[in-house]
Design a protein. Structure first.
Length: 255
């Protein structure tokens, strides 16, 4: 269900429309309701302030969740680049053609990992993931054959490094799947709609321009949260700079 929040711009538009409608409904009900009696205005303002404070806390906690997930994806991209670069060096320890084959496969694998990070909205993600899985099988086959023929501590070190490369991809995949729960979005949406309904109902100024302020501000907060939480959509994304740097260092020598 989190895939529905892959477009922060759609989240912003839907949040803004829903809140504006609720604020206008509140304003409509106020115009047809009785005037606040003595003491009722104070009680209403207290309830309104409490709900607005609760909404701010929920948005703050959800924003913290999104930032944590974004930071995790950044760290795992760096870990992937380090694991691949280290294994590329250890591939020199493999005997005969196994080392050359492993290095060629690691360069191909690195290009796939860069493509995985640069893919927008997951149009080719399934294809890239399938190619990645196939290349992982070929990489493991390359080090396994060397380990079977020469079970030495040096070869074991290379096998361990290849295991780290494959594990790093699994951790990254899990981080891309780890999104803000749908329940958190639903709670924020209900709180935002309720707050705008109360703001519209308690509005005392003439004109309806003031009713647009809160929906716009909250929608911007929703946009930022969705942008940070979305691995592929939006403006703020993880740049595979470490993988690109590793790709440059792993280019085969020019002949």
């Amino acid at each position: 269900m989190s895939a529905y929040f892959d477009s922060p711009f759609a989240v912003f538009a839907l949040a803004l429309i829903a809140q504006l409608i609720s604020a206008l409904i509140g304003d409509f009900l106020r115009k047809r309701a009785h005037v606040f009696k003595q003491g009722e205005r104070h009680d209403f303002s207290t309830i309104q302030a409490a709900i607005l404070t609760l909404l701010a806390l929920i948005i703050g906690f959800t924003f913290s969740m999104a930032v944590t997930r974004y930071d995790q994806r950044n760290m795992l991209e760096e870990a992937e680049a380090n694991a691949i670069g280290t294994e590329y060096l250890r591939a020199d320890l493999l005997p005969g053609e196994s080392g050359s084959r492993a290095r060629d496969l690691l360069r191909k694998y690195l290009d796939l990992r860069v493509a995985y990070y640069e893919e927008s909205y997951g149009r080719r993600s399934a294809e890239i993931e399938q190619e990645t899985a196939n290349t992982q099988g070929e990489l493991w086959s390359a080090v396994r054959s060397a380990a079977v023929s020469q079970p030495t501590p040096t070869i074991a070190l290379t096998v361990s490094g290849m295991n780290d490369v494959i594990n790093a991809q699994g951790y990254t995949q899990a981080a891309f799947w780890n999104r803000i729960p749908l329940g958190a979005w639903a709670l924020m949406a209900m709180m935002a709609i309720s707050c705008n309904l109360l703001v519209g109902y308690g509005e005392r100024r003439k004109g309806e321009l003031f009713l647009f302020v809160l929906p716009v501000v909250i929608s911007l907060a929703f946009f930022l949260i969705a942008d940070l939480d979305s691995p592929r959509g939006g403006v703020i994304r993880v740049n595979p700079q470490n993988l690109l740097a590793a790709s440059l260092s792993m280019k085969p020598p020019q002949r």
